[in-house]
Write a protein that binds this ligand. Structure first.
Ligand code: GRF
Length: 228
């Protein structure tokens, strides 16, 4: 508890490369008095990231560490890590960060780093998720928040949102619909993690899964498409 009697909030650092709309959704959620996390730092590897101005406007320190200023990936990541530590960050949220991370950095933040990916993982890891989903003719797309493991877009899943694919969808149209879901999902997932309601368990077959304490009874299955 703090001196004011409020529970202490988890200190979160958000790493971006671009527009930062997910970062802005996270920051907006952390402004709620009852939210269990506070955003203490936004880091970007690009000076032209649109998210930097959004972070500053929201009163969150925004720092640029360009990967181009370092001879290799490890030294870039050491600088990122040092900045996170300097701000007392306890949990890292990757939000549209477009650099691959080394096992060293991932190890430093094991079980303390989450990412959002615009597909229902393990389907469609990597880039161009929406174009690939449309090409395959799937009826549900979506997004995933997961703890970060060494292989790209893998790691125990915290939460997912399913989004219908509509007739005539383009990759951009589907991306916009999924992005709107991301803005709801990521704050929800951060709330679950920061409030201590997630537990990573290793199954007998070696797979990892996240148990959610207090998981509610599920709604009915989402069936899509429907007809009138
Ligand atoms: C999002 O779709 C996110 O899932 C992906 O990159 C995009 C970032 O968008 N990793 P923004 O920078 O949060 O607006």
């Amino acid at each position: 508890m703090t001196t004011a009697g409020q529970p202490r909030k988890l200190r979160v650092g958000i790493i971006i490369s671009g527009g930062g709309s997910n970062m802005a959704a996270l920051v907006a959620a952390t402004k709620r008095a009852d939210f269990p996390a506070e955003a203490v730092l936004v880091l970007s590897n690009r000076a032209d990231a649109g998210g930097l101005a959004k972070a500053t406007a929201a009163g969150v320190p925004a720092v640029v560490i360009s990967h181009k200023g370092f001879p290799d990936r490890e030294r870039f990541e050491m600088a990122l890590h040092a900045e996170l530590v300097r701000h007392g960050v306890e949990l890292v949220c990757l939000a549209g960060f477009m650099r691959l991370l080394t096992p060293w950095f991932i190890g430093q933040w094991k079980n303390r780093m989450i990412n959002i990916h615009p597909s229902l993982l393990p389907a469609y890891p990597g880039l161009h998720t929406h174009a690939r989903a449309l090409r395959d003719g799937v009826k549900l797309a979506g997004c995933t928040v997961h703890f970060v493991r060494e292989e790209m877009d893998t790691g125990p899943v915290v939460a997912q949102a399913a989004v219908p694919v509509l007739a005539g969808d383009t990759p951009d149209g589907l991306a916009a619909r999924v992005l709107a879901a991301e803005h709801r999902l990521y704050p929800h997932a951060l709330d679950l993690v920061a409030s201590g309601r997630t537990r990573i368990v290793t199954r007998e077959d070696g797979g990892e899964q996240v148990e959610i304490l207090g998981e509610a009874a599920p709604p009915a299955a989402m069936i899509w498409p429907r007809t009138a």
